[in-house]
Design a protein around this ligand. Structure first.
Ligand code: ASP
Length: 315
């Protein structure tokens, strides 16, 4: 069957104002988004699976220091990088997730290995890192993850005394000095299968051991061939409480809402009511794509086989 196919990606949501990004910076972000998008899209175009497209697009963003995932992961309060990632296959509801991992170059690939090669869904810390070694995934030194910008960002967060979203602009700082970005991807392939994945370094200066929504199936990531595929970015504690990904799917499945209606209900009403700042990317089984957010901006891009294409940052 030659189904309509498409992919959407995000690089984080938050206080991203046009006035605060230089044209050069804006171009860097858009180029990185375009590259990840075309990596994923070309897999779909050749008949590859939505899972492969999602993993490859996220790998591209994880390897880019501009985004808060993989190489660009933020510092926790111990000065370490603890990364979270999850992936879900809409075809059979299989899922894999990892939390609190360090030194693994591509956390989303480890999440996929957990899904496909173990009997578990969610593995954290040292146990997950041991799986990475057993599966011969790339391990990198602390130096690989060190980034001076991230270090300065952590020092500011320590002085301000809190844990901050990567998208948070601390007073006196312009967004230009900030890097934004948990990353994610959702895709629909030619076979009609949906998949979703999310990868993050979490929040700057977060407590060691803190897990966000990006690692949680049903919150930050969800995919179901009967409804849609979702990847979120935003204040993880609130996104977990709102069970965002599954909620969008449930509104479609049980209340027959369209993808657009379900996304609006969750992102613009439910999350706003609890001050859950952020957004999500979504694709449904028909190839409809929604990229809603309740923050100032969200790094996002999408491409569909019907010709629709978009790379955008601001509202
Ligand atoms: N949702 C992520 C977390 O709370 C952060 C983000 O989206 O930037 O860990």
């Amino acid at each position: 069957m030659n189904h309509k196919f498409g992919i959407a990606i995000h690089g984080g949501a938050g206080t991203i104002l046009r006035s605060s990004l230089t044209p050069e910076k804006e171009k860097l972000y858009k180029d990185a988004l375009r590259e990840a998008l075309s990596t994923g899209y070309s897999i779909l175009e050749k008949g590859g699976s939505s899972l492969d497209a999602v993993e490859a697009a996220i790998n591209s963003l994880e390897d880019c220091p501009l985004f808060n995932a993989g190489k660009g992961a933020v510092f926790n309060s111990d000065g370490k990088h603890e990364m979270d990632a999850s992936i879900m296959n809409g075809k059979d509801l299989s899922a894999g997730a990892v939390g609190l991992i360090s030194n693994v170059k591509n956390p989303i690939s480890l999440a996929r290995k957990i899904m496909e090669n173990t009997t578990h869904v969610f593995v954290c810390g040292e146990g997950a890192e041991n799986y990475a070694k057993a599966f011969r995934l790339k391990i990198e030194s602390d130096q690989y993850f060190y980034d001076d910008f991230r270090y300065q960002q952590w020092q500011q967060a320590r002085m301000a005394g809190g844990a901050f979203l990567d998208h948070h602009v601390q007073s006196g700082k312009s967004a230009d000095e900030k890097k934004f970005g948990t990353v994610g991807a959702v895709a629909l392939d030619k076979q009609g299968n949906l998949a979703a994945g999310t990868s993050t370094g979490g929040m700057t200066n977060k407590s060691p051991g803190r897990l966000g929504d990006s690692a949680v199936i049903g919150a930050g990531t969800y995919a179901n061939n009967n409804t849609c595929a979702i990847s979120c970015t935003g204040h993880g504690e609130l996104f977990i409480r709102a069970v965002v990904g599954h909620d969008v799917s449930a509104l479609m499945e049980y209340k027959n809402l369209s993808l657009a209606e379900a996304c609006h209900e969750v992102v613009m009403k439910k999350l706003v009511a609890i001050e859950g700042e952020g957004g999500l990317i979504a694709i449904d089984k028909h190839g409809n794509i929604e990229l809603p957010f309740n923050s100032e901006g969200m790094y996002r891009a999408m491409r569909c086989s019907d010709g629709r294409e978009e790379v955008a940052i601001y509202k």
